[in-house]
Structure formats: C-alpha cells, structure tokens
Design a protein around this ligand. Structure first.
Ligand code: ZN
Length: 283
C-alpha cells in the first residue's frame, strides 16, 4: 500500500495511491499518525475498504509528508563506507545516531529554504524506515516485526551548523524544510528486500549520488534493535538510515545549494521527489 497525505501545509488529509490513482481514505482513517501505525486493525480496515472499492477518487494539488508529525526522527550517520571516507571520517564501530527536529518535515515537492546565515546547505538521499509496533529492547531477529514501511527522505544538512559550530549535529539538520519526505510511505509487504534498492540524487539534472542500500554498513534489523536498546521506538517514528557518497561536502571543491537549484531524488520502489531551492526571506 502507498500511503499519502494531501492538502495545505499543516492541514493534510490521508489518502492512498493505487495504480496511479489517488483516493481519500478519511472514511476509514483519521490520519497516518501514532495511533494508526500502532494499530494493525486500521491497516486491515483500509485494506478492506480498498477491496470493496468504496474509496473516493481525489486529485491532490499538493502532497504533504506522508506521516503525521511523529515523536522523533532519528538519523544514522556515516552508514555507507564511501560517504564516511568523503566526510573524512572512519566507518564507525557502532551506529552513529543523531536527531532531526520533526518541525523540519515538508512534502516531497515543497521548496527547500536555505536557512538564515547559511553558506553550506547540502543534500542527502536516504531510505527511511517508519516504525509500526512499539520497539523496546528488541532483538535483531524480531526487529522487522516493528517496521511498518519505508519512505524516501532528503536529509538536508547545513554543514557549517553541523560541523563547525560545536556540540551535536542536530543544529545542522533541523531547519524548517530540511526533511522533504515522500511521495508516499510504502508498506513493508511491498518491499520484499529493503537492502537491494538503488538510491540516487540529481542536482540540476546531474547525477551526484548513485548507490544501493546493499552497501549499508548497519542494516535495518541491526539499526532497529540497536536504537531500541537506548530508547523506545514508537509507532510512526522515523529512522533515516544514512546517505551514500556524493554529497556537496565530499566534492572537490565542495559544492553547496544556492537559490534556483533543483534537486530530484529517488529510492527504487519508494518513488521520486523534487525540490526547488529558495533563499530565506525575513517576513
Ligand atoms: Zn543523513
């Protein structure tokens, strides 16, 4: 199933994409939020509604992030070998974790706004995982039972804020618009092997990232189990699994986003998103 949310920012409604047609799912589902992902029954009634062909067709003018703002977005750093190398860092012995403010979420085709006083805004295509059933101290063997699905994520990053300003990476990861998500959440059943997916990103039509999730240092069961040793993963929470080589920081010379740039990115099976880059403007 491909879950979408549509409508004006902050006022999105749930829907699905089925054979290239969008349908409203509100008769069955209130939103794709913590309650929805916690409860297999809602997914089952959605499946029943699809089979009974009772859902109404829609033509959304805007897609929002396909998950209602979750409790947390946890990101994994340096989880592809060549990206660790281009960042001038070693492949870590344990997963590197950092948070991204959930207020940074936007839709898949919304603009990216370069934050105030930024000179080093960068791109990162990533496979993100959406948690289903709550996970606390789960084993790697049972970890996938806690995954609801997958979503495409651009982990937009301000490298000076992240690396030159001291403290935690969260400062460079959390500006408004820094988490374009979607176009949709694909439920786990539609992606038999999440560790065999091509992922790529184009800057102004030029391919700059092109890799495969088979190159992940720590795979999804390892990450879910590992994170759950330190905190509960709650329904709807997002884990972004890291980016491959080809970010602006790693180019020689480094290259950062400027107003007018266009980014297009995709993960096999999870669709394609596209963002225009805009300058910050005081209101
Ligand atoms: Zn990242």
């Amino acid at each position: 199933m491909k879950l979408i949310r549509y409508g004006d920012p902050g006022n999105e409604k749930p829907g699905i994409l089925l054979n290239d047609v969008y349908y409203d799912t509100r008769p069955v589902v209130q939103d794709y939020d913590e309650a929805f992902f916690a409860d297999g029954a809602q997914l089952a009634s959605l499946q029943a509604a699809i089979e009974s062909k009772s859902l109404k067709k829609i033509e959304p003018s805007r897609l929002g992030p396909p998950v209602h703002r979750p409790g947390k977005i946890i990101c994994v750093g340096l989880n592809y070998r060549k990206h660790a190398a281009e960042s001038g860092m070693d492949v870590p012995g344990e997963p590197v974790l950092f948070f991204k403010a959930t207020s940074s979420m936007v839709g898949p085709y919304d603009d990216i706004v370069i934050p105030k006083n930024s000179e080093k805004t960068d791109w990162e295509v990533e496979l993100a995982v959406v948690i289903g059933k709550k996970a606390s101290y789960v084993s790697e063997e049972n970890a996938m039972e806690h995954v609801a699905g997958y979503v495409l994520h651009n982990d937009v990053s301000e490298r000076a804020f992240q690396l030159e300003r001291g403290g935690q990476w969260v400062k460079g990861k959390s500006a408004d618009t820094f988490a374009p998500l979607g176009p949709y959440v694909v439920t786990k059943d539609e992606i038999p092997d999440p560790h065999q997916l091509r992922l790529w990103l184009k800057l102004n039509e030029e391919i700059v990232q092109d890799s495969n999730t088979n190159d992940l240092v720590f795979d999804i069961p390892t990450l879910v189990s590992y994170i759950s040793q330190f905190m509960s993963l709650c329904p709807g929470d997002i884990i972004s699994t890291g980016t491959p080589a080809g970010v602006g920081l790693g180019l020689d010379p480094p290259r950062y986003l400027k107003p007018g740039d266009v980014i297009e990115l995709g993960v096999e099976g999870l669709g394609v998103s596209k963002q225009q880059v805009k300058a910050y403007q005081d209101l």
